[in-house]
Design a protein around this ligand. Sequence first.
Ligand code: ATP
Length: 495
Amino acid sequence: MDDLVALCKRRGFIYPASEIYQGINGFWDYGPLGVELKNNIRDAWWHDMVRCPPAGPDGEALSIVGLDSSIIQNPRAWEASGHVGGFNDPMVDCRESKARYRHDHLLVFRHKSDADVPMFAFLEGEPAPALKRMKKLAKGRSPDDFETVAMTELGDDALPRIVGPDANKPGSLTEPRQFNLMFKTYVGAVQDEDSVAYLRPETAQGIFLNFKNVVDTSRVKVPFGIAQIGKAFRNEVTPRNYIFRSREFEQMEMEWFCHGDEAEKWHSFWCDTRARWWQSIGLQSDNLLMRPHGQDELAHYAKEGQGTFDVEYRFPFTAPGFGELEGVAHRTDYDLKQHQTHSKVKLGYFDADRKETYLPHVIEPAAGLSRGVLALLCEAYTPDPERPSKVYMKFQPRMAPIKAGVFPLVNKEGMPEVARKLYEELRSKHVTQLDVKQAIGRRYARMDEVGTPYCFTIDGDTLSDQTVTVRDRDTAGQDRIALDKVGAFLAEKIG
Ligand code: ATP
């Protein structure tokens, strides 16, 4: 991860937010290449979900429409959705280090037989500091004599014996307390209880709030979907693992409205479809996993017994385990019912085929765009000691931030003019970079490091026979193709 983070900074994918002011924990900025990569994933999702969704389970064409709702909504919407009351993660504070942790993210090493030995807490996936303290504070004991236990399985009476993840003495962790993850703000000039509003913690609710508008103003018929991509904000207790868990992030969510009797069928359809979509943008199947949620993890809306499936990815910091990329939930009619009750506006749908008015059930594939960027970066990172760059980013060509490099072999003898003309032709369709300086090997290395799939070099032969060299990023092999075929070649490869 350290190497990937350094590359992302060095080459302009991702920077810490407010870096010249020492940053701000949990916030990140996307640089010139990061924003291209993010937009490529966003555009692929919008294309594959809204403009051109896959055929349904019976081969029928699906209907999904787009939406872009406000980040701030009437705060009553968040009471109805359960976020004001229920969007709480119990957390523990550390009196010694002042750090704050999600209770369900903490594990401890506990001695198997001796209750006098302190327990050493650590964050899931990050046991190293706890092992270090165990060596210091439990001298003479072997790590094999310890077992791993979830903090949630221990009672409060264990707290005096636990050494916190960033502490040196036992007993500094508080009992778990509720914490609301929504960012609060005030709307208007007066700042009081009546002007409190929230930044949305998910894009989904904006869709439910507009369900009736969309039904009344477009020609959709159940089953259909409403899709939205946008920012969401959560005051995460422990933002960590780079952009995996941040406080401002982007989601790509689709609410699929269907009759309750058909929810099961649609749930399994969307689970399959979404897993295949992540593969289609370049995530290898053995790094991807579909995992049903345990009953204890079900969100407040999910239907008991079926609930949620996660699409998970094996990130370097979760390996050999997996981390969530997307959840596919059966939200039942929970949200529409809640909004109907709280707003007192009827949200029932009249189904002309069934001659019945009902609240549709909802299947929700909710994906993280920011986590998608991270997964694609992790998957692309390919060390190769043979290359001058030592590493190349093996993005699928459709996702690569720069699609082509155009280089004159030397910056004279008519080559720069030909290169510029080719560059101007290609850039009207694809992100292309013209690079005229330094040895050609250095220019290839720079393109390898940012994952540009094809480079075209204009050399002495180009001037006589109108061909150019095309270099393939993955094989580093070179071929010659006609100068006037470069546009078609690239279009075919990028897809
Ligand atoms: P987690 O258990 O990791 O906190 P969640 O189950 O609360 O996530 P959802 O509410 O289902 O997440 O949100 C849908 C998607 O939004 C997640 O699959 C994830 O990709 C993304 N997401 C959620 N929280 C964050 C975050 N803090 N930073 C980046 N992406 C996030």
